[in-house]
Design a protein around this ligand. Sequence first.
Ligand SMILES: Cc1cc2nc3c(=O)[nH]c(=O)nc-3n(C[C@H](O)[C@H](O)[C@H](O)COP(=O)(O)OP(=O)(O)OC[C@H]3O[C@@H](n4cnc5c(N)ncnc54)[C@H](O)[C@@H]3O)c2cc1C
Length: 380
Amino acid sequence: MILDQKHARLQKLFRQFAETEFTKEILDRLDETGEFEWDIFRKMARYGFCGVKIPKEYGGAGGDYLAYALLVEEFARVSPVLSIYANTSNSLGGGPLMLAGSEEQKQTYLPPVARGEKIMVFALTEPGAGSDAGGTTTRAEEQPDGSFIINGRKTFISGAPMADWCILFAKTDPTQKGSRGISMFVLDMKLPGVSCGKPEHKMGIKGYPTCDLVLEDVHVPASALVGRKDKGFGYAMQTLDGGRLGMAAQGVGIAQGCLEEAIRYAKERKQFGKPIANFQAISFMLADMATETEAARQLVYHAAQLKDAGKDAGQACSMAKYFAAEAANHVAYKAVQIHGGYGYINEYKVERFYRDARIVPIYEGTSQVQQMVIAGTLLK
Ligand SMILES: Cc1cc2nc3c(=O)[nH]c(=O)nc-3n(C[C@H](O)[C@H](O)[C@H](O)COP(=O)(O)OP(=O)(O)OC[C@H]3O[C@@H](n4cnc5c(N)ncnc54)[C@H](O)[C@@H]3O)c2cc1C
């Protein structure tokens, strides 16, 4: 696919921003401390990146899925973790409200999220309900006045420690089995009874804290319900379609970053009196890396275009996420291999890429879940 002028310009803007602003100092600090970097987040917000895909009437830039995918890809090419900073508001945070929110909810929540003044996160996973999100046990009990009391525990919630609001899924009708009877809420994180666990010590994407979210007798008003009661699971799955596209783009960015580092190193590093790039074993690895990266990119752009055209893109998003997530890991593995021992040392960028890549086939639906979705459509 050839990008049109508008998207080529956006791609250039995102690339320039990432190359200029994501300094080695910031990237090292993120990895060392694991703490959220507010300054770079605010800078992204000032450029309007937090609202790239949020409609203009709700304070965003009104961009399409392709623009959003380009943003995540270009940011991830330099820093996978910083690609998440501007991603959440456009996907799992803002997405559910764009999909099912009332006009009042959209007007209340989307503009501050698009401007980066507030952070909205997404809480679906539970200790006992990961891939099988239909196994949600967090309970929202409706009260006679239409409000709800929520009890339960969510796990691995990215951005929870910094969040102002959270899209939360809870069982409203326990008489309905499995994924039925689950509702979607927008939760104020400052409400009594809401607390966060300690941030997890992660292998990669350090600097965007992930933790448990604990809900103890949290009283939310009826206005916190988003969309129709008991229909939340469908909203979650539809939101994840778009989210998967973003994570697929993250995989492409990681693969591209690894490829560029590997090419540079292979030309510089000499063994047996010549650059290692001259050895066919190395150059063929580079050829495989470039081919896999480009194939992943085309799947992502194609899925984005389908979504922008309003077509059913569930299958295409799963294929893109599955392929790009696996590609990022194959390419990162080879990039470390081409660097030899130096690839194992954290001074070299590929060491961090390798750790960061590992999350892509896990979150927003594992590779096995994507295979289930793809096969399910084929065998329908
Ligand atoms: C860093 C990080 C950030 C995250 N951020 C968020 C977030 O912001 N919000 C949120 O809600 N969640 C988040 N998650 C949760 C993430 O989406 C889940 O970890 C993921 O969906 C997998 O669930 P699980 O870890 O319980 O694994 P499980 O579901 O227990 O899976 C374990 C293994 O079994 C496989 N498996 C499971 N079922 C099947 C099956 N039917 N057939 C074949 N194989 C199967 C899986 O593919 C996997 O290999 C995050 C996780 C991490 C690690």
